[in-house]
Design a protein around this ligand. Structure first.
Ligand code: KIV
Length: 291
């Protein structure tokens, strides 16, 4: 299993970290089989799996439910789980209890939470308790309404300065890695250069220590046009839509199931069953012995 120390070593040796989100057993299993380094049970669960507009309504129980399924897909990947909105902002105690549940009940190896200087003391408290924390700065979806939607962060010098300070504060608080979301590639490269811990970019260009994409964006299982930074490696929605319409058509024209796709019994057994069942009242149409 990959640990936070392996990820640190990857940064030192200049080896890129491949991270992807997953929310269920089959896709987590495929991610494990594909050999990704880090699987994140992201609270993007809300958008891509639960059909919500934002990540804000996602609850700890939702994360736990999906995390447990992902954790059942055993493999080498490091498993991180997002702390959803309001599970770590209120107090150190709540943050600790909730992060502890994600690890103890859900099987996470680490938790991720959003924010910079404002959450630094919280990160420190979790790390002191032995919980590895991944930070997340730049576009932080839990601040959707404060940021005014999914906008690129850090083009303005003041905001860029704050983002650098946020990332440094997260590192200083003891986080072992940090996600940089939707920031110009030059700024992401500069933050990566200034930090000792690995940076993992999403919409942050090539100069980070690793990349993360939302699984459903990457495999083409979403219903809105992808963001500029998304590379689609497959059209799973197209494959599934085609399979389902061919299935429905086969059912409607009686082409499914075929003789090979049904269970049967010997004629004498069927006669015995029929004798035991007797005739229905009203004498309905008899089923054929041959089928
Ligand atoms: O929830 C999520 O999927 C994330 C990634 C975008 C990093 O936080």
């Amino acid at each position: 299993m990959k640990t936070i120390h392996d990820l640190a070593e990857m940064k030192r040796e200049g080896r890129k970290i491949a991270m992807v989100t997953a929310y269920d057993y089959p896709l987590a299993r495929l991610a494990q089989e594909a050999g990704v380094d880090v699987i994140l049970v992201g609270d993007s669960l809300g958008n891509v799996v639960l059909g919500l507009e934002t990540t804000l309504p996602v609850r700890l129980e939702d994360m736990l439910h999906h995390l447990k399924a992902v954790a059942r897909a055993k493999g080498e990947a490091h498993l991180v789980c997002d702390m959803p909105f309001l599970t770590y902002q209120v107090s150190d105690e709540e943050a600790l209890r909730n992060a502890g549940r994600l690890m103890q009940e859900g099987g996470a190896h680490a938790v991720k939470l959003e924010g910079g200087q404002a959450v630094a003391s919280r990160i420190r408290r979790l790390v002191e308790a032995g919980i590895p924390v991944m930070g997340h700065v730049g576009l932080t979806p839990q601040s959707y309404y404060q940021l005014g939607g999914p906008r690129v962060q850090g083009r303005d010098p003041e905001v860029a300065r704050r983002l650098v300070d946020d990332a440094l504060a997260v590192e200083e608080a003891g986080a072992y890695a940090i996600v940089l979301e939707s920031i110009p590639w030059q700024l992401a490269g500069e933050i990566t250069r200034r930090l000792r811990i690995p940076t993992i970019g999403i919409g942050a260009g090539p100069n980070t220590d690793g990349q993360v994409l939302v699984m459903h964006d990457l495999i083409g299982l979403t219903f809105t046009p992808p963001a500029r930074f998304v590379r689609r490696y497959a059209d799973v929605a197209g494959v599934v839509r085609d399979a389902l319409s061919r299935y429905a058509e086969d059912v409607r024209r009686g082409a499914y199931p075929s003789k090979e796709e049904r269970y049967t019994m010997k004629v004498e057994d069927w006669r015995a069953v029929k004798a035991r069942l007797g005739e229905p009242e009203g004498g309905e149409k008899e089923a054929s012995e041959e089928g």
